[in-house]
Design a protein. Structure first.
Ligand SMILES: [Fe+2]
Length: 173
Protein backbone atom coordinates (compact mmCIF):
# COMPACT_ATOMS: atom_id res chain seq x y z
CA UNK A 1 0.00 0.00 0.00
CA UNK A 2 1.14 3.54 -0.68
CA UNK A 3 1.40 5.35 2.60
CA UNK A 4 1.96 9.05 2.91
CA UNK A 5 5.47 9.79 4.09
CA UNK A 6 5.61 10.20 7.84
CA UNK A 7 6.23 13.93 7.70
CA UNK A 8 3.00 14.49 5.78
CA UNK A 9 0.86 13.22 8.58
CA UNK A 10 0.62 15.29 11.69
CA UNK A 11 1.86 13.25 14.65
CA UNK A 12 -0.76 14.64 17.00
CA UNK A 13 -3.41 13.62 14.47
CA UNK A 14 -2.21 10.01 14.61
CA UNK A 15 -2.28 10.09 18.40
CA UNK A 16 -5.77 11.63 18.48
CA UNK A 17 -7.10 8.96 16.13
CA UNK A 18 -5.40 6.15 18.07
CA UNK A 19 -6.88 7.47 21.32
CA UNK A 20 -10.36 7.69 19.75
CA UNK A 21 -10.06 4.19 18.31
CA UNK A 22 -9.08 2.75 21.68
CA UNK A 23 -12.56 3.65 22.94
CA UNK A 24 -14.44 2.77 19.75
CA UNK A 25 -15.56 -0.84 19.38
CA UNK A 26 -16.53 -0.34 15.72
CA UNK A 27 -13.83 1.46 13.70
CA UNK A 28 -16.02 1.62 10.59
CA UNK A 29 -18.86 3.37 12.43
CA UNK A 30 -16.48 6.06 13.66
CA UNK A 31 -15.05 6.40 10.15
CA UNK A 32 -18.55 6.88 8.69
CA UNK A 33 -19.34 9.64 11.21
CA UNK A 34 -16.18 11.54 10.36
CA UNK A 35 -16.76 11.09 6.60
CA UNK A 36 -20.16 12.75 7.06
CA UNK A 37 -18.39 15.72 8.65
CA UNK A 38 -15.97 15.72 5.70
CA UNK A 39 -18.93 15.81 3.29
CA UNK A 40 -20.55 18.62 5.28
CA UNK A 41 -17.35 20.67 5.30
CA UNK A 42 -16.91 19.99 1.60
CA UNK A 43 -20.33 21.48 0.83
CA UNK A 44 -19.64 24.58 2.93
CA UNK A 45 -16.19 24.98 1.37
CA UNK A 46 -17.69 24.55 -2.12
CA UNK A 47 -20.33 27.22 -1.48
CA UNK A 48 -17.87 29.66 0.08
CA UNK A 49 -15.63 29.35 -3.00
CA UNK A 50 -18.53 29.74 -5.43
CA UNK A 51 -19.95 32.77 -3.61
CA UNK A 52 -16.44 34.28 -3.60
CA UNK A 53 -16.39 33.76 -7.39
CA UNK A 54 -19.69 35.65 -7.64
CA UNK A 55 -19.03 38.47 -5.17
CA UNK A 56 -15.40 39.42 -5.83
CA UNK A 57 -14.89 43.09 -6.75
CA UNK A 58 -11.74 45.10 -7.44
CA UNK A 59 -9.01 45.69 -9.99
CA UNK A 60 -7.76 42.10 -9.70
CA UNK A 61 -11.23 40.70 -10.40
CA UNK A 62 -10.22 38.53 -13.41
CA UNK A 63 -7.50 36.62 -11.57
CA UNK A 64 -9.52 36.02 -8.41
CA UNK A 65 -12.73 35.23 -10.30
CA UNK A 66 -10.87 32.53 -12.25
CA UNK A 67 -9.02 31.17 -9.22
CA UNK A 68 -12.20 30.89 -7.14
CA UNK A 69 -13.78 28.95 -10.01
CA UNK A 70 -10.85 26.53 -9.93
CA UNK A 71 -11.33 26.05 -6.17
CA UNK A 72 -15.10 25.48 -6.23
CA UNK A 73 -14.80 23.12 -9.20
CA UNK A 74 -12.16 21.02 -7.43
CA UNK A 75 -14.16 20.80 -4.21
CA UNK A 76 -17.48 20.15 -5.97
CA UNK A 77 -16.00 17.27 -7.97
CA UNK A 78 -14.93 15.58 -4.72
CA UNK A 79 -18.37 15.64 -3.09
CA UNK A 80 -19.98 12.83 -5.09
CA UNK A 81 -17.05 10.50 -4.40
CA UNK A 82 -17.06 11.26 -0.67
CA UNK A 83 -20.80 10.57 -0.41
CA UNK A 84 -20.62 7.36 -2.44
CA UNK A 85 -17.72 6.10 -0.36
CA UNK A 86 -19.88 6.55 2.74
CA UNK A 87 -22.48 4.33 1.07
CA UNK A 88 -19.88 1.78 -0.05
CA UNK A 89 -18.95 1.14 3.59
CA UNK A 90 -22.66 0.88 4.48
CA UNK A 91 -23.16 4.35 5.94
CA UNK A 92 -26.10 6.60 5.14
CA UNK A 93 -25.58 10.09 3.75
CA UNK A 94 -27.53 12.96 5.40
CA UNK A 95 -30.75 13.50 3.46
CA UNK A 96 -31.07 17.27 3.83
CA UNK A 97 -28.73 20.21 3.38
CA UNK A 98 -29.67 21.53 6.84
CA UNK A 99 -28.36 18.28 8.33
CA UNK A 100 -25.06 18.88 6.58
CA UNK A 101 -24.88 22.44 7.88
CA UNK A 102 -25.35 21.15 11.42
CA UNK A 103 -22.47 18.72 10.93
CA UNK A 104 -20.01 21.23 9.46
CA UNK A 105 -17.09 22.36 11.62
CA UNK A 106 -16.12 25.26 9.33
CA UNK A 107 -16.51 28.52 11.23
CA UNK A 108 -17.13 32.11 10.21
CA UNK A 109 -18.58 33.81 7.19
CA UNK A 110 -17.06 35.88 4.42
CA UNK A 111 -17.08 39.49 5.63
CA UNK A 112 -16.06 41.38 2.54
CA UNK A 113 -15.82 41.35 -1.23
CA UNK A 114 -12.16 42.05 -1.96
CA UNK A 115 -9.98 39.22 -3.21
CA UNK A 116 -7.63 38.88 -0.23
CA UNK A 117 -10.49 38.83 2.30
CA UNK A 118 -12.31 36.15 0.33
CA UNK A 119 -9.14 34.15 -0.12
CA UNK A 120 -8.36 34.27 3.63
CA UNK A 121 -11.75 32.66 4.25
CA UNK A 122 -11.02 29.93 1.72
CA UNK A 123 -7.61 29.41 3.33
CA UNK A 124 -9.43 28.68 6.60
CA UNK A 125 -11.92 26.36 4.87
CA UNK A 126 -9.10 24.46 3.19
CA UNK A 127 -7.23 24.00 6.49
CA UNK A 128 -10.33 22.55 8.17
CA UNK A 129 -11.01 20.31 5.17
CA UNK A 130 -7.39 19.12 5.06
CA UNK A 131 -7.44 18.29 8.77
CA UNK A 132 -10.67 16.33 8.17
CA UNK A 133 -9.12 14.45 5.25
CA UNK A 134 -6.09 13.46 7.32
CA UNK A 135 -8.31 12.34 10.18
CA UNK A 136 -10.45 10.21 7.84
CA UNK A 137 -7.31 8.79 6.21
CA UNK A 138 -6.01 7.62 9.60
CA UNK A 139 -9.40 6.10 10.43
CA UNK A 140 -9.59 4.36 7.03
CA UNK A 141 -6.15 2.89 7.59
CA UNK A 142 -7.25 1.67 11.00
CA UNK A 143 -10.41 0.13 9.55
CA UNK A 144 -8.33 -1.49 6.75
CA UNK A 145 -10.37 0.25 4.04
CA UNK A 146 -7.55 0.28 1.49
CA UNK A 147 -9.42 1.82 -1.46
CA UNK A 148 -10.84 4.56 0.71
CA UNK A 149 -7.49 5.40 2.26
CA UNK A 150 -5.93 5.64 -1.23
CA UNK A 151 -8.74 7.99 -2.32
CA UNK A 152 -8.24 10.16 0.77
CA UNK A 153 -4.48 10.19 0.23
CA UNK A 154 -4.99 11.62 -3.26
CA UNK A 155 -7.35 14.28 -1.90
CA UNK A 156 -4.81 15.23 0.79
CA UNK A 157 -2.20 15.79 -1.93
CA UNK A 158 -4.64 17.93 -3.95
CA UNK A 159 -5.55 20.09 -0.94
CA UNK A 160 -1.90 20.48 0.09
CA UNK A 161 -1.30 21.84 -3.41
CA UNK A 162 -4.28 24.16 -3.03
CA UNK A 163 -2.91 25.34 0.32
CA UNK A 164 0.38 26.21 -1.37
CA UNK A 165 -1.41 28.17 -4.12
CA UNK A 166 -3.55 30.10 -1.64
CA UNK A 167 -0.63 30.95 0.63
CA UNK A 168 1.52 32.02 -2.33
CA UNK A 169 -1.23 34.29 -3.62
CA UNK A 170 -1.77 35.88 -0.20
CA UNK A 171 1.95 36.62 0.14
CA UNK A 172 1.64 38.87 -2.92
CA UNK A 173 -1.19 40.92 -1.37
FE1 LIG B 1 -19.16 31.75 -13.09
Amino acid sequence: MNYLSANKINKSMKEAVETAMAFTPDPRAHLIERLKVLLANGYVFYYDAHSAHWNIVGSNFPQYHAFFEKVYTQVYEELDDIAERIRIINGLVPLYIKDLLNLSTIEGTIGGTNGATLLHKLEHDNKVFLYNLKECFELAEHAEEVGLSNFLQDRIDAHKKLEWMIESTLKGE
